[in-house]
Design a protein around this ligand. Structure first.
Ligand SMILES: C[S@@+](CC[C@H](N)C(=O)[O-])C[C@H]1O[C@@H](n2cnc3c(N)ncnc32)[C@H](O)[C@@H]1O
Length: 255
């Protein structure tokens, strides 16, 4: 079915085009975080195979490469030309990943043409992701899978921090930007707010995982990467009902 033409809210998301910033460098020394994320993805996709997956806001293709084990075709949909330039090198041996300059709110794909969408580490740039959720719902087939990861404002430590002050973690997105990135939207979300929004966009939650549970700098000093990865394996499903970790993973189905 051709693309339904609706008025698309296109937000400028060119922060990753700053020549002084290379997102690939961010991952140096973050082997635990990368392992925790591919572990979560593997769990959520286990035993499934897809025709066409789209990695929305996929950066330089860190996870697009991983998706090729689960889909015949993968599209890296990314609004930053600089990220796509890095992707050309990073994905040079992965020709099954096509690379397209696209915003999440305007994916320029036919209605119901995709069976898997992945969004990881993008929601912190979207204080109100409802237009993006609507666009993802549009391109997904009924019954299609949406894997979403986002930074959790209601993680365990934060609940304690707010609790000490006699407050509750806000349901609205919380600005966590520093002076350095002040021009870039940088927010953490409350899982309940995001799940309600996803419900309105036509998604139901199938599974949740608690992610990167052991990424605190203090733990990093006392526990080696392999120990943390081993523990992460047990903790992801165990702590999911508590929204314990700093990252929430959801596998959603389009109704
Ligand atoms: C922290 S990076 C994550 C990249 C990749 N998903 C990963 O996990 O390696 C955030 C990415 O989101 C992209 N982004 C920001 N705003 C976006 C939008 N409105 N639509 C699509 N992507 C967006 C950025 O260009 C950047 O590549």
């Amino acid at each position: 079915m051709a693309e339904t033409k609706t008025k698309k809210v296109v937000r400028k998301a060119d922060q990753y085009d700053d020549p002084k910033y290379n997102y690939q460098d961010y991952w140096a020394g973050r082997e635990y975080e990368h392992a925790a994320e591919t572990m979560a993805l593997k769990r959520l996709l286990k035993g499934q195979h897809f025709n066409h997956a789209v990695d929305v806001g996929g950066g330089y293709g860190r996870l697009s490469k991983f998706l090729t084990a689960f889909a015949d075709k993968v599209t890296l949909a990314e609004p930053s030309q600089q990220q796509l330039d890095i992707a050309k090198i990073y994905l040079k041996d992965t020709p099954e990943v096509e690379q397209k300059l696209l915003q999440a709110a305007n994916l320029k794909m036919d209605d119901g043409s995709i069976d898997l969408v992945l969004v990881v580490r993008v929601l912190h740039h979207l204080p109100d992701p409802s237009p993006e959720f609507a666009e993802i719902a549009r391109i997904l087939k009924p019954g299609g899978t949406f894997i979403l990861e986002f930074a959790n404002d209601a993680h365990f430590l934060n609940r304690i921090r707010y609790g000490i002050k006699g407050k509750r973690v806000p349901k609205k997105p919380v600005d966590i930007s520093t002076k350095k990135d002040a021009k870039i939207a940088f927010v953490n979300h409350h899982p309940k707010t995001i799940i309600e929004m996803l419900g309105r966009a036509g998604f139901e939650v199938e599974t949740a995982l608690s992610g990167s549970n052991l990424r605190s700098p203090a733990l990093k000093k006392i526990l080696g990467k392999n120990v943390r990865v081993g523990l992460e394996k047990v903790l992801q499903p165990m702590l999911a009902p508590l929204y314990f970790g700093p990252s929430v993973w959801l596998r959603l189905k389009k109704k």
